[in-house]
Design a protein around this ligand. Structure first.
Ligand code: ZN
Length: 506
């Protein structure tokens, strides 16, 4: 999600969130030592390590993505959490139809209030000189010889990350604040190459920035032993040395790797199918943590039934200080601490009301953003408007139509912030000014999708959305693909509706 998801919901939502399934949290105890293979000893194409992170029906994915990038990260978190120092190697395969002379990496810490310094950059063990651009948010790695379609290179580098301590850059999603380390987009990462070429630009201030192909990550983290680590993927190794824990995570396929760390996080869990759902929160926010767990469980059940089973064996919700309400990552969602106070108010509404819609929304991104990727910078509606719409489906499935209607009122309220102006929902993020981004993409956007549902008929629309998910699984969905597939399902011309709401005809 991100970007202030204030909703107006009826108070019944607060009461209802404790119904439907009995909440039977179990305490999670610390895990024993088990040794993971050293990164240097691991075969690049060995997918066995990722098996534990995938539910049974997803295991076949491991054999179906031979050219997906593989990231090996090994880094240490300083004792005072001020820096990260480590080494990264990426196996990159040219899956395009033309040779590539260069590969780009995004360096988002440089535009998120901190910084990242790269050294010892190599391509297949040959040193190369990087070229920085786009306000240092991107690094061009020249390849010593053109990389032919289907060919592979290993790009290696040392990196040092300066972790910000003042909230403000990137909504507080990256930094060390009030004893919580939050690592959003902290390592060098390869953006999508598509019909535009490499997707690099100065990050727009209003939108989410990650746009990556689904990849595989093995990440070895050395961190003070006193903190709990909440991360994408599953833990596949754990050792202890001189006050530090050395933990290896395997994640993938996934669009990125996220890590949060803090002392005194208490975890509760429930099981949904083959997935263990965990809610991590500070002890004083137990009530909010239980609610977050229940909403996550209900949302997973709703979306599992509608679109296809959540792919991973773990799903985690963690409370962190931030200026947004929540943020999605593969297998993890971070939710603002401010929403966990049962007596708190957020945007004039009871915090538990906002906690529910924020958690359900972020859970929805596991289907649309992680499994089905999209270009959040150029086509944010394909991401956020769709997820706003399916958040309504969570309310419909969990409580009934009245709850969904009530939640849908929040879209109208958002759109009203720009006087219900007919601004197209299909603009790139950078073209929205001020309040327009939230009002149009999060408000007018889902209103459009609800109209589409009405136009196509609910049954046809449901079948379309499920097909869209299955057709673009671990691939990239676009606005054009969304429209074309919808037209196949309804056997109708949706151009008038798309012209009026998404983008006027050129
Ligand atoms: Zn979102």
């Amino acid at each position: 999600m991100k970007k202030l998801l204030f909703v107006t919901l009826l108070l019944f939502a607060i009461l209802a969130c404790t119904t439907s399934l009995p909440c039977q949290p179990t305490r999670i105890t610390s895990q024993p030592t088990h040794v993971a293979p050293q990164l240097a000893d691991m075969a690049w194409d060995d997918r066995a390590l990722f098996r534990a992170g995938l539910v049974g029906t997803e295991q076949a994915t491991l054999d179906s993505m031979p050219g997906a990038s593989v990231y090996h990260l090994d880094f240490e978190v300083a004792g005072d959490f001020s820096t990260l120092e480590g080494h990264e190697e990426v196996l990159y395969t040219n899956r395009e139809e033309q040779p590539l002379d260069e590969v780009y990496f995004r360096l988002f810490p440089n535009t998120a209030g901190g910084g990242v310094t790269i050294s010892a950059l190599t391509v297949d063990d040959r040193e190369v000189e990087p070229v920085y651009g786009f306000a240092d948010s991107a690094m061009r790695v020249p390849l010593p010889k053109a990389l032919q379609p289907g060919a592979q290179v290993v790009i290696g580098m040392d990196f040092e990350v300066e972790v910000p301590r003042e909230m403000g850059g990137d909504y507080g999603l990256f930094g060390y604040f009030d004893g919580v380390l939050v690592l959003d987009e902290f390592y060098p990462v390869i953006p999508v190459y598509d019909d535009e070429g490499w997707n690099v630009e100065v990050p727009p201030p209003n939108a989410d920035v990650p746009y990556y192909d689904a990849s595989f990550y093995v990440v070895r983290v050395t961190a003070p032993a006193k903190v709990a680590l909440v991360a994408s993927g599953v833990e596949v190794g754990r050792e202890y040395e001189e006050g530090a824990q050395v933990v290896t995570f395997a994640a993938g396929p996934a669009r990125g790797f996220y890590l949060a760390a803090a002392e005194s996080l208490v975890a509760t869990s429930q099981v949904v199918g083959e997935t263990t759902v965990k809610s991590y929160a500070f002890a004083e926010w137990g009530e909010g943590s239980d609610q977050a767990l229940q909403v996550a469980v209900d949302a997973l059940e709703s979306f599992n039934a509608r679109f296809g089973t959540y792919p991973y064996t773990e799903f985690e919700v963690v409370n962190t200080p931030m200026l947004a309400l929540g943020m999605e990552y593969p297998g993890v969602v971070a939710i603002s601490l401010a929403l966990y106070d049962p007596d708190g108010k957020v945007g004039g509404l009871p915090a538990p009301v906002i906690l529910e819609s924020a958690v359900a929304h972020e859970v929805g991104h596991q289907w649309f953003y992680n499994v089905v990727g999209n270009d959040q910078v150029d086509e944010p509606w394909v991401d956020e408007a769709v997820v706003q719409y399916i958040t309504g489906l969570y309310y419909r499935d969990t409580y009934g139509e009245a709850a969904e209607r009530s939640y849908r009122d929040s879209w109208e309220d958002r759109w009203a912030r720009v006087g219900q102006a007919d601004i197209p929902i299909g603009l790139p993020a950078v073209e929205y000014e001020g309040a327009e981004y939230g009002a149009i993409v999060y408000g007018r956007g889902p209103i459009f999708i609800a109209l589409l549902e009405e136009e196509m008929g609910r049954e046809t629309f449901d079948a379309f959305l499920r097909d869209y998910y299955e057709s673009y699984k671990w691939d990239i969905g676009t606005g054009e693909a969304f429209k074309q597939l919808a037209e196949v399902h309804c056997a109708c011309d949706l151009s008038p509706l798309f012209d009026a709401w998404v983008a006027p005809p050129r």
